[in-house]
Design a protein around this ligand. Structure first.
Ligand SMILES: Nc1ncnc2c1ncn2[C@@H]1O[C@H](COP(=O)(O)OP(=O)(O)OP(=O)(O)O)[C@@H](O)[C@H]1O
Length: 693
């Protein structure tokens, strides 16, 4: 059949010419299977469940029974009976996350407590809880619930609780023995987020302490499809358990030649799929970040509009961390028949989740990674190659509910040069929040039993930052202060918690609550490409000459007062979901502040109060204008420019600015910028010994 999408019919003849996909992508030798990386390959067995999978029956119960893990139920329960800790490795999609907690429930493990399952990301915790509730013919909040930051759906009836690892860590502050849990499953262990790494130590200790004090046993299950089982085995002092069998085969195809432009390669591959694959084969494309995703989504929609002449159609969804929760969940809903779902996602869709309908995955092979430079004290967001483990996780998303295909826009030789597994986040992340949480738990980083200890410079840098924030007495012999304990009460980065604690002194508590809440939500502005001039005009009403923080405050404060928020947001090109989310966050932050007896004062039009208060927490994020026209950060002296999205971009350049974050693309860009007065630095944070010239 003639393609509906003539790629080179859109005025870009080079598009198809430069990437003759049919010839450039070659099948790998190991067709019809996901080849696992060598470093941790479990035994490869043919799925014994093929017949069941081929069946037309589609009830949830039948789907469950067809999962490889379902048939390992007895083995898992027997092993758990004999051992307090299990390391379970099974193929992606084999049913670990959804089934094992149900086995434990049925075996009575939730009779005297609850079963907790941690996930690195909120979208996974939410969607899996919904799926398991459906499998149990129940609703979320009943037997199964989820808890993510600022949202708890669990009730006293909840026995299986999916939660983010950050939430479990916060619970440990209140109860280090995690007494409400009888079993904890730490899922996606290979991801090695800082929170998960700290949790490994916390749960191990809780288990030992409970044994020592003859309290109810805590059963631990560590699961993944790609973890380094030897390393984990040594740390937990247990042997690993392999679950044989896979659900659906995934055929993996590599680009024959290196692709200079992975976005272009992804686009061409997508339309090639669209020409040749059945319309109900949905596509998931892995890219690196919001801007790239939104730009490609727009391009696909436009191309589809230009070339769409048949009955079939495409629906494009985006999925990345900054997207409002409601929007994130849209891609999980079914699309009408004769429509292809195309999901453009970051690594947020890489593990755990199942997006129904996905049969094709296009993997660009890159990821945006946050790393911290202890010598400059700055966090940097950088695009890097994924690991081999991540590549296998990504391909696994194609075989969740049927056989699938994964197209890698990089060559096989390139992939062989990828790291086998991603570097644990604890070795590269800013540890300020983690060190504070550990101190609130009464744990000194130096003596904590980490699976991989963080670099001493990283810990030292966190101690220095905490000392400057007033959270610890001394960076040399760290002991937590009352301010530090209060900071740890807020589910926020310590720098933002500090803003709330300092706000009453500057008389701007109401404003700071709104601003911190709005900053937690992000992205309230809709940049409507079709109507970008109208959107820009609407947004300009809120612009503050002081910069982005006060602009954001203007938006949120007006939103709080408006009587018809839906119409108001629509007319002003603002994202109502994000603003509602910010309102919810504000309420919760206000509750914690009230518990801490903080004064709820307001500074009215005194913008200096807000700006000075911002300095109390974000003093590491200051940059000075240089003669050459660029900025230099005070901390680490990094050269940077104001991000084009800032209201201060392209206008007069203030001498001294404060920014929320630095992003690295072709340049270092400073995001969310506010003009400050250089003299305030010494007034507000006299402890900073900065060189101002
Ligand atoms: N939200 C969902 N909607 C539809 N089907 C789902 C959903 N979640 C899970 N499933 C089905 O259950 C199967 C098992 O999923 P589960 O998350 O338990 O596997 P897993 O072994 O934990 O995978 P991974 O290692 O990738 O997290 C999936 O392959 C899919 O068929």
């Amino acid at each position: 059949m003639e393609s509906k999408y003539l790629i080179n019919g859109n005025g870009n003849p080079s598009l198809a010419a430069s990437f003759p996909v049919k010839r450039k992508i070659e099948p790998m030798k190991e067709q019809n299977c996901i080849k696992k990386p060598n470093y941790n390959s479990p035994p490869k067995l043919q799925s014994p469940y093929k017949n069941a999978l081929g069946s037309k029956k589609s009830s949830v119960e039948q789907e469950r029974r067809a999962l490889p893990v379902y048939h390992c139920r007895q083995r898992i329960l027997k092993e758990l009976e004999a051992n307090d800790t299990l390391l379970i490795m099974g193929e992606t999609g084999s049913g670990k996350t959804t089934q094992i907690p149900q086995f434990l429930l049925q075996a009575g493990y939730a009779n005297s407590g609850i079963i907790g399952i941690t996930q690195p990301r909120r979208v996974a915790a939410i969607t899996i809880a919904k799926r398991v509730a459906q499998e149990l013919a129940s609703t979320v909040g009943d037997t199964v619930g989820y808890t993510v930051r600022f949202e708890d759906t669990t009730t006293e009836r909840t026995r299986i609780r999916y939660l983010t690892d950050g939430i479990l860590l916060r619970e440990a502050i209140a109860d280090r023995l995690l007494r409400r849990y009888t079993a904890i499953m730490l899922d996606e262990a290979h991801e090695r987020t800082v929170n998960a790494d700290v949790l490994f130590g916390i749960v191990k200790e809780a288990q030992q302490e409970r044994r020592k004090h003859k309290l109810t046993k805590l059963k631990l299950i560590i699961t993944s499809a790609t973890m380094d089982i030897d390393h984990f085995g040594k740390y937990f002092n247990v042997k690993g358990m392999y679950l044989e069998g896979r659900t659906h085969p995934v055929r993996v195809l590599h680009a024959k030649e290196t692709q200079e432009d992975y976005i272009h390669a992804a686009l061409v591959t997508l339309f090639d799929i669209h020409r040749h694959e059945p319309i109900n084969h949905d596509v998931l494309i892995f890219l690196t970040g919001q801007e790239e995703i939104e730009a490609l989504a727009q391009q696909i929609r436009q191309l589809a509009r230009i070339n769409n002449s048949g009955p079939s159609d495409v629906r494009v969804f985006t999925l990345y961390a900054q997207l409002a929760q409601g929007k994130q969940l849209e891609c999980f809903l079914p699309v009408p028949a004769n429509t292809r779902k195309i999901v453009l996602a970051t690594n947020i869709a890489e593990t755990s989740i199942t997006i129904p309908g996905i049969r094709c995955v296009i993997d660009c092979g890159f990821v945006k990674e946050k790393s911290f430079n202890p010598s400059s004290g700055l966090d940097l967001l950088k695009t890097v190659r994924i690991s081999q483990a991540q590549a296998w996780q990504r391909s696994g998303r194609a075989g969740r509910d049927a056989p699938g295909v994964c197209y890698r826009t990089y060559t096989k030789a390139t992939m062989e040069k990828f790291r086998s597994a991603a570097q644990p986040e604890i070795l590269r992340a800013n540890l300020t929040a983690t060190v504070l949480q550990l101190l609130a738990l009464g744990i000194d980083c130096a003596s904590f039993d980490f699976i991989d200890a963080p670099q001493p410079e990283g810990v030292q840098s966190a101690h220095l930052a905490l000392e400057q924030l007033g959270a610890i007495k001394s960076a040399v012999a760290p002991s937590i202060t009352t301010t530090g304990r209060w900071m740890a009460q807020f589910p926020l980065d310590p720098r933002y918690a500090k803003l709330l604690l300092a706000a009453p002194t500057y008389g701007c508590m109401e404003e700071m609550l709104s601003l911190v809440a709005a900053l937690s939500s992000d992205n309230v502005f809709i940049g409507h490409t079709d109507k970008s001039e109208l959107a820009a005009l609407a947004h300009a009403k809120f612009h503050s000459k002081h910069g982005d923080h006060l602009t954001l405050l203007n938006v949120f404060s007006t939103f709080q007062k408006t009587e018809k928020p839906k119409i108001w947001c629509h007319d002003n090109f603002l994202n109502i979901r994000n603003l509602n989310y910010a309102r919810n966050v504000r309420n919760q932050l206000a509750e914690i502040s009230a518990r801490l007896n903080l004064a709820f004062n307001s500074c009215g039009d005194n913008t200096d109060a807000v700006k000075k208060c911002l300095l109390t927490g974000l003093f590491d994020n200051i940059a000075l204008l240089q003669k050459e026209g660029h900025y230099l950060t005070l901390s680490g002296r990094v050269k940077a420019k104001i991000h084009p999205s800032s209201v201060l971009h392209g206008k007069y350049k203030p001498q001294c600015i404060l920014f929320t974050e630095m992003v690295q693309t072709e340049h270092n860009f400073l995001r969310q910028v506010t003009e400050i007065c250089i003299d305030w630095i010494e007034e507000v944070v006299p402890s900073i010994k900065c060189v101002l010239k």
